[in-house]
Write a new protein. Structure first.
Length: 230
């Protein structure tokens, strides 16, 4: 299998693979993680608010996102967002959203459902006695959440949030279905151009494996540190 393995094609393609492909992958991962955590935290607060309408709406959103295949969601947003923008702006034609913006919206909204459940577990892990004590001192609900509950919940859930980020990093490879040049998409283009599918896909798999392994080890180390602090 590896008798005619061409390392030169990998070496020649490194600038394109990492400057064009990996830059897109890491940028999408970082922005989608940040947006997903913010929206996911808001959804978690809605689910725990005790208000029926907010709880049902947040639960419906989470269940919908977690029940639909991610690839289908990417297609759906990619073709639907321009028409949503047309309806919002009342334009005569669908607006030009762009592949990156479409991917960012899709990943952020999709991952928010998973970050919501992570943050909900983190919030519920905080002793209710702390909340009761803060309220007894006259602190309002937003103040209690902002200064007491959420900081502790974030600290407790950091390893899990990072683990979900690693999964998000791996899932970014799915953007190839709409012809976006992420790391895997860049490797695929080089493979088809030079007729070196084995070399490029093997290299891409190795890069994903190494990055995910190193990140997983870092998360495991952080998890032990957090456990000691707790």
């Amino acid at each position: 299998m590896f008798v005619n393995f061409d390392f030169d094609v990998i070496w020649r393609s490194l600038p394109y693979l990492f400057y064009r492909g990996m830059t897109f992958t890491l940028l999408l991962t970082a922005l989608a993680t940040a947006g997903g955590i913010v929206i996911g935290t808001l959804l978690a607060l809605m689910r725990l608010s005790g208000t029926t309408a907010l709880t049902v709406a947040a639960a419906a959103y989470v269940n919908l996102m977690r029940s639909v295949p991610f690839v289908l969601m990417i297609f759906w947003f990619y073709f639907l967002v321009p028409y949503i923008g047309q309806w919002v702006t009342r334009s005569a034609q669908p607006i030009q959203v762009g592949a990156f913006a479409s991917c960012l919206i899709t990943f952020t909204l999709f991952e928010a459902a998973f970050f919501c459940e992570i943050m909900r577990a983190g919030i519920q892990s905080i002793s209710r006695g702390q909340v009761a004590a803060a309220q007894a001192l006259g602190m309002t609900y937003p103040t209690v959440m902002g200064y007491i509950v959420l900081p502790q919940a974030f600290r407790n859930m950091v390893p899990v949030l990072l683990t979900q980020t690693i999964i998000l990093f791996q899932d970014t490879s799915l953007v190839y279905v709409i012809s976006v040049t992420d790391f895997l998409g860049a490797a695929s283009k080089v493979a088809e151009r030079d007729g070196r599918l084995v070399e490029m896909y093997t290299f891409a798999a190795a890069v994903y494996f190494i990055i995910s392994l190193v990140a997983s080890r870092a998360v495991a180390h952080l998890q032990r540190r957090v456990a000691i602090i707790r």
